[in-house]
Write a protein that binds this ligand. Sequence first.
Ligand SMILES: NC(=O)c1ccc[n+]([C@@H]2O[C@H](COP(=O)([O-])OP(=O)(O)OC[C@H]3O[C@@H](n4cnc5c(N)ncnc54)[C@H](O)[C@@H]3O)[C@@H](O)[C@H]2O)c1
Ligand SMILES: [Zn+2]
Length: 347
Amino acid sequence: MQRIKVKASTNYEVVIGKDLLNKIGVEIRKIAEPCKVGIITDNKVAGKYLETVKNSLEKEGFTTYNFVFKNGEKSKTVETFIKIQNFLAENEFSRKDILLALGGGVVGDLTGFCASTYMRGIRYVQAPTTLLAGIDSSVGGKTAIDLKAGKNLVGTFYQPIKVVFDIKTLDSLPEKEYLNGLGEGVKYAIMDGGEIYELVKDGLSHANLEKFCALCVKSKKAVVEKDEKEGGYRKILNLGHTFAHAIEKLSDYTIPHGRCVAMGLKIIADVSLKQGWLSTAESILVEKLLKNNGLMTPSPFEKKDMIEVMRRDKKVSGDKITIVSIAKIGKCEFKEIKLDQLKKYLR
Ligand SMILES: NC(=O)c1ccc[n+]([C@@H]2O[C@H](COP(=O)([O-])OP(=O)(O)OC[C@H]3O[C@@H](n4cnc5c(N)ncnc54)[C@H](O)[C@@H]3O)[C@@H](O)[C@H]2O)c1
Ligand SMILES: [Zn+2]
């Protein structure tokens, strides 16, 4: 088991290990008196883990309520947000009570947003059950819901009071969802190099999963502690994301985010190589890293279409865009590049 302390506007602990869900009551009791806990989850996760979580909380004296919504990004809406707020009000939740996000990034983002706004803010705990949520979205306090006009357009920065990541839950995660999370995971390996890179370079083994997740969280923690509200430096986490967002949009969000990040990482490695920012030897290492983890799928879209989407990106100023480039495994830097130049490099 690993315990990682995050120092942000709220200080909190991220606990990572096996079979933690049946001890989640004990974990929350360490930081809170018995109160109401509103468990927010989706129908798929509820079927697998809700009972365990409820039992564990009730054993420690908490009174549980649960709100279950349909799984998937399509539920991360204003409508679900309002339903949850009504559920909290009808069950007379007060600022002394706690919300618990049990699920993937959709559940986490939505619950965090509800927690940050209900009665101007109540406490919440993240219990991620996907690889993506465990190594990325549950840490750092970004909360969000989607609008028809785009993803994550409404949200807040609001940190949880604890994150409890039971990696045993990943045993039931479909391969597609696992690879989705791994796309973000290899991003951390490229950013940090060192131990985390060594763990995944030949393909991540199950035996190293806990260590790997802890290193990803440590990597994100370090960035969040420097720049919690994304004034500048936190944008380094956008490595591969400028292209990923374009691919996601062109696919009408049918290709999972993490897979798009993996495609984006390959593109930024190619661009960095062609610009002379990255050596041939290091670009081969990036390619091998993606290949060995089953993440070497090229973008299915035309370069002109990708550039058109990128022109509307908020990182564009005039004819230039700021991107996170790869200097080598373990070193990434912000660089400005002309969109026309970028177009030449895309295949
Ligand atoms: N807040 C942040 O910093 C941040 C960062 C990255 C992504 N995100 C957001 O995260 C969301 C994506 O998260 P996600 O990929 O976890 O998606 P998700 O929450 O939709 O989960 C993916 C699917 O897996 C199922 N599932 C979850 N846990 C399971 C388990 N243990 N066993 C079997 N099935 C399980 C879910 O029901 C769902 O169908 C997006 O909305 C994205 O915008 C947020
Ligand atoms: Zn991402």
